[in-house]
Design a protein around this ligand. Structure first.
Ligand SMILES: NC(=O)c1ccc[n+]([C@@H]2O[C@H](COP(=O)([O-])OP(=O)(O)OC[C@H]3O[C@@H](n4cnc5c(N)ncnc54)[C@H](OP(=O)(O)O)[C@@H]3O)[C@@H](O)[C@H]2O)c1
Length: 323
């Protein structure tokens, strides 16, 4: 089948990672059904309509993750689905069940149910390193890998809801795949940054913006390494197109601490007042260059941290978030 004839759905297509994935899929000549939350909001649609190839090979669909019928309409006619849509709130939440857990978990089940019912061949689910860490019981002398899972009880006790939402959603995806016989592959990105396509920032770009403005948070429960938007989008396409890809795929340019990232930002951009943080901001996390070995074996060559930082900061400047 020519790529033009191959239709794929990207949920959360309006988001920061989703827009990059839609861009690369269109470049590869796929026809794309991208979902947005509000079709009449230009901030969600204009940047997608402006992508090369969008005029002939992009269709936008409005969905809510809890609305099965809307999701099924977007998935109809697709051979593949990339499920990215999920609420990304890492600050304090008032109502974790309704703001995070329900849309993440029920939304994933809705997407997979539609995919199964409509004969989709493969679904790529965007999970996160937040389904891998925090995992305080993981052996201290062992590098965290795809066998490591976030400790649900630890999250509940410490009210860390975003990692819990990603963990429960990923587990629901694996359970569905096993029970219903659907081909599911998972990508687990670290902190994703780079040139921003939409007019608004996602949580990880906001984290960088706050750092440049002097914020001293250490994101101990969220950080495991950084990765470029382009590489996360490429990772999704690689695991979709490669029949041998299976299971989870840790997606970071290296397993590193937030302290390493902050030190590099300070070195590259001394003109900003970057706080001095301890280097070991993630106690118990062993560093390694090849944490994403599964994706490297599929051919992904990760953009290094220096370049991720430069691309991100220059994008924040170009969009007027910093001067
Ligand atoms: N950023 C990171 O560092 C990072 C790391 C690992 C994994 N991830 C995962 O990657 C995915 C995309 O994240 P992102 O960074 O690109 O964030 P983002 O820019 O905030 O994108 C999130 C997307 O999900 C959509 N969405 C959220 N709640 C929804 C709902 N109830 N119904 C329908 N759509 C909904 C959003 O739609 P609107 O734009 O209309 O609100 C948006 O398109 C998420 O699954 C996230 O957990 C992100």
């Amino acid at each position: 089948m020519s790529k033009e004839a191959e239709v794929v759905c990207v949920t959360g297509g309006s988001g920061c990672i989703g827009s990059w994935l839609v861009r690369l899929l269109l470049e590869r000549r796929y026809t794309v059904h991208a979902t947005v939350k509000n079709l009449s909001d230009e901030r969600e649609t204009a940047h997608l309509k402006a992508l090369e190839g969008a005029d002939t090979r992009l269709r936008l669909f409005q969905i809510d993750l809890l609305d099965y019928d809307a999701i099924a309409a977007a998935v109809t006619g697709c051979t593949g689905v990339f499920h990215l849509a999920s609420p990304c709130i890492v600050d304090k939440v008032e109502d974790p069940q309704n703001q995070l857990l329900n849309p993440a978990v029920k939304g994933t089940v809705n997407v997979l149910t539609a995919a199964k019912a409509l004969g989709v061949k493969r679904v790529v689910v965007t999970s996160s390193v937040s389904s891998i860490t925090p995992s305080p019981k993981w052996p201290a002398d062992k590098v965290k890998d795809e066998d490591c899972w976030t400790d649900e009880e630890y999250c509940r006790q410490n009210e860390i809801w975003y990692p819990l939402s990603k963990t429960l959603a990923e587990k629901a995806a694996w359970e569905f795949a096993k029970e219903k016989g659907l081909d599911v592959v998972v990508v687990n990105p670290g902190t994703v940054m780079g040139p921003v396509i939409p007019p608004t920032l996602n949580a990880s770009m906001l984290m960088l913006l706050r750092l440049l403005q002097g914020c001293t948070d250490t994101y101990g429960n969220f950080f495991m390494g950084s990765v470029h938007f382009k590489d996360v989008a490429l990772a999704h396409i690689l695991v979709y197109e490669n029949p041998s890809a299976c299971g989870r795929h840790l997606c970071v340019e290296a397993i590193s601490h937030y302290g390493d990232f902050v030190a590099k930002v300070a070195e590259l951009y001394p003109e900003y007042d970057i706080p001095r943080l301890p280097k070991d901001t993630q106690p118990g996390l062993l560093r390694t260059k090849d944490g994403a070995k599964k994706l490297m074996d599929l051919g992904l060559q990760f953009i290094p941290m220096d370049q991720i930082i430069k691309d991100s900061v220059e994008s924040l400047k170009a969009k007027g978030f910093i001067s």
